[in-house]
Write a protein that binds this ligand. Structure first.
Ligand SMILES: [Zn+2]
Length: 78
């Protein structure tokens, strides 16, 4: 199956906890004075140390919503 490109994390890279798990949440990010929300981002969240790990898919989605990204690369602003 085509799951090979998805990051699989079972142990937190920061504290070694096996409680880290994948969650889907809206996240708020800030760029200069502007706050923007990226809806339904899938990432790994460690309840033990608070580490958050974003996979490639999540990073692409964050970029897609980022004002900085649109500013830097207007060609992608369809
Ligand atoms: Zn951790």
């Amino acid at each position: 199956m085509a799951m090979s490109d998805r990051l699989q994390i079972r142990i937190c890279p920061t504290c070694g906890s096996d409680k880290i798990r994948r969650v889907v949440r809206d996240i708020a990010r800030k760029y200069e004075e502007q706050t923007y929300t990226v809806p339904k981002v899938g990432f790994y969240d460690c309840p033990h140390c608070g580490e958050k790990v974003y996979d490639h898919e999540a990073m692409l989605k964050i970029k897609e919503y980022s004002p900085a990204y649109h500013k830097a690369d207007p060609i992608l602003k369809a």
